[in-house]
Design a protein around this ligand. Structure first.
Ligand code: GLP
Length: 245
């Protein structure tokens, strides 16, 4: 920040210039994940900017997930999340995946309810417009770090009361003898839209993975249609490949 002074450069709002120089310091490793930032007063004194300007730049970076604020102890560079390695060939649940890594899975509800199906839900789940679906939209977190937004749809006769899903959907399905045994999963690249990025605590436009899972019972019936957005900076999908015969 030393090179930045209130009088330099024209046109760009001051708080934006300060924000960019903090981002530069981050990308060049001058400040690292976990480091404490100088206080607002100190930054203001060093850059000869007002406290209001400094606060605006810092708030912007907190909103985009690069900085975190802890009450009473100050502002820190957000810790880097260890990447999660996920096999592409095993049908597991989020809760199981995290438990296997010694992490605790946790969900925050975005929406949970019974709705008339959308045209694509009708098609995938094989329902008519008179039937209903259960929708579960959750922010999925591991050790309090958001990793994914999952929007699952099931036929309402499979899950008549979405309120019964308090933590793991697959555990509830298991209990009722409806745990899927096979799934087809499609993964594509995406840039996170503002609302999703804010939930995942990353900057808007950051890289993400869009994952669609259609899962089946042994009878061949489709049981689940889930569209998820995973943070691109935390997930590695790994597949074992065998020589084609
Ligand atoms: C994975 C899948 C989802 C599935 C979920 C169930 O994350 N991508 O399609 O719905 O697991 O997880 P849980 O049983 O933890 O709710």
């Amino acid at each position: 920040l030393a090179g930045l002074r209130a009088g330099e450069g024209q046109g760009t709002p001051l708080y934006l210039r300060l924000r960019r120089s903090i981002e530069d310091a981050l990308s060049h490793g001058v400040i690292r994940p976990g480091d404490a930032l100088p206080s607002e007063r100190e930054i203001a004194a060093r850059t000869e900017m007002s406290r209001v300007t400094v606060r605006k730049a810092v708030q912007d970076l907190v909103a985009s997930g690069l900085l975190i604020q802890r009450h009473g102890s100050g502002t820190f560079v957000a810790p880097r999340v260890d990447r999660v390695e996920q096999s592409l060939s095993r049908l597991t649940s989020f809760t199981q995946d995290m438990a296997r890594r010694g992490m605790t899975a946790h969900s925050e509800w975005i929406d949970r309810g019974i709705y008339p199906p959308s045209p694509d839900e009708m098609m995938v789940l094989g329902l008519s417009s008179r039937e209903l679906v259960a929708r579960l939209s959750r922010l999925r977190l591991a050790n309090d770090t958001p990793l994914a937004i999952e929007r699952a749809t099931l036929s309402s006769d499979v899950l008549p009361d979405p309120g019964t899903v308090t933590s793991s959907l697959y555990t509830v399905l298991q209990r009722t003898g409806k745990r899927p045994v096979r799934a087809v999963q499609r993964i594509s690249a995406t840039n996170l839209e503002e609302a999703d990025a804010a939930l995942l605590r990353v900057p808007a436009g950051a890289a993400g993975l869009s994952i669609e899972r259609i899962s089946y019972l042994a009878s061949g019936r489709v049981i689940e249609f889930t569209r998820s957005i995973y943070r691109g900076d935390t997930y590695d999908f790994v597949a074992e490949l065998r020589l084609a015969e």
